[in-house]
Design a protein around this ligand. Structure first.
Ligand code: FAD
Length: 425
């Protein structure tokens, strides 16, 4: 792996953000190595939609045709207040080139990235965990454990990871795309404070005969939000925000095994419970519930790192920010971060940009996330906002499936404006 030629950039984490960074660097001809402590990509739909700005980047990486082969195109957001349909926002009016959202399971996107990397001669190193990072003046020394699964015992077998081999590599740059518990962030001593209360959602994915056309649907009520997404394969996903959730939850980690057997893990999320949520929050939903293939309760923290890195180690994606699930902003903005950061590092390595330029990445990223998390600026009702939507203005900031200028334009269709004086990053 690292024997012949050391990489110029080590990417820790092969989620969508790490793989996006790897692909961007590989296409620029930079020697890159990408490692992940798990044994494969995630196995569920998680962040299931690609915003127009992400599609633009995927097009530049030559991946758009393969995305569109698999994706369901959503061109509108149907707005509901409880049982009542209130309006529609047109994603198709945002721009001429990428005028829709591509709905695609996150695992399918991760697999597509992995294949594209493989085609460029870069193989994700699964079962490789970065355990220490030591920053020096011109390089970072990274210790990486190659793990192997072993089963022990007879009566009750249990599985443990054992370290096959440990190696140390020196690299000029490290990208931490290692998720919310980021080792890279912790090594840098960067705090990751909570900036708002966590949100809890009950997620159900099932086969249905419902025809949602080209819409995703957002249901607002005074205390919660619920969202319905069509999926490409005759399935759909309902996510219901819970007012409270007292029971302990397993750690928020992506599952690597596809099959979820029955409701064993979440007995409370029975089909009756799903039907009750629908009755209470969306009585207009008349689709069938044929086969629930995934159900879970997820806690979504809202956090922002104090910095996006320094010197030779930089962060992108969930390693630096966490938000609620409705607008699919974490992954989409994370993909853009990966693209920007990878190109910046390539520029520095090629002598086209001074290393000091990296500070701009930090400032831009913090500004965008302070806005998206409602810490600086936000959305507020403009003169044309209808009375019903006014109380929801603030909460729509994280619920609209867009960022940057697209988010401002989508909000404008609802009569909402970016708080005056705030530049939309
Ligand atoms: C259960 C669940 C449900 C979700 N639902 C939604 C949703 O409805 N909507 C939404 O927008 N988002 C959702 N998300 C969030 C979305 O999946 C993330 O925003 C997205 O995966 C972030 O991508 P990432 O690449 O930054 O990090 P991740 O996908 O978390 O990838 C990080 C990778 O780093 C690896 N890693 C960590 N530490 C190390 C180390 N030391 N060495 C090597 N590898 C390491 C991990 O194994 C992991 O594969 C959900 C997430 C979960 C877990």
């Amino acid at each position: 792996m690292f024997t012949r030629e050391y990489p110029e950039v080590l990417i820790v984490g092969a989620g969508p953000v790490g793989q996006m960074a790897a692909l961007t660097l590989a296409r620029r001809g930079i020697r890159v190595s990408i490692v992940d402590r798990e044994w494969r990509t995630g196995a569920h739909s998680y962040a299931l939609a690609l915003h127009p700005r992400s599609l633009e980047l995927l097009d530049r990486l030559g991946l758009l045709p393969r995305v569109l082969e698999q994706a369901y195109r959503v061109r509108a957001v149907g707005l509901y207040e409880g049982g009542e349909r209130r309006g529609k926002l047109q994603i198709s009016d945002l721009r001429d080139d990428f005028s829709f959202i591509a709905v695609m399971r996150q695992d399918a996107l991760e697999n597509l990235f992995e294949q594209a990397l493989h085609d460029l001669g870069v193989n994700v190193r699964w079962n490789h965990q970065v355990v220490t990072l030591t920053p020096e003046e011109k390089k970072v020394a990274a210790t990486i454990d190659h793990l192997e699964k072993s089963s022990f015992g007879y009566a009750i077998a249990h599985t443990e990871w054992i370290v096959l081999k440990s190696l140390t590599v020196d690299v000029p740059f490290v990208i931490g795309a290692d998720g919310h518990q980021s080792l890279v962030r912790r090594t840098l001593g960067i705090d990751f404070p909570e900036v708002a209360e966590p949100e809890y959602f009950a997620v159900f994915e099932f086969k249905s005969d419902v025809d949602l056309g080209d819409e995703m649907r957002l249901v607002l009520d005074p205390e919660t939000m619920s969202v319905l997404w069509p999926l490409p394969d005759g399935h759909c996903r309902w996510s219901f925000q819970l007012k409270d959730w007292e029971e302990p939850l397993p750690p928020r980690e992506k599952d690597r095994v596809e099959v979820q057997i029955g409701a064993a893990r979440y007995p409370v999320l029975s089909e009756e419970r799903l039907r009750a949520y629908i009755r209470e929050r969306a009585p207009w939903f008349d689709g069938s519930i044929d086969e629930i293939r995934w159900r879970m309760v997820v806690r979504f923290d809202r956090r922002l790192a104090d910095a996006f890195g320094k010197q030779r180690m930089w962060l992108a994606g969930d390693a630096a920010h966490m938000t609620g699930p409705v607008g699919i902003q974490s992954m989409n903005v994370g993909l853009r971060e990966a693209w920007t950061l990878a190109n910046l590092i390539a520029d520095v390595l090629e002598g086209k940009a001074a290393p000091e330029k990296m500070a701009e990445y930090n400032e831009e990223r913090l500004a965008e996330w302070r806005f998206l998390l409602g810490l600086e600026g936000g959305l507020e009702p403009g003169p044309s906002a209808e009375a019903w939507i006014r109380p929801y203005a603030g909460r729509l900031l994280s619920a609209l499936p867009a960022s940057g200028a697209d988010l401002a334009a989508l909000a404008r269709q609802a009569g909402l404006e970016v708080r005056p004086g705030v530049a939309v990053p």
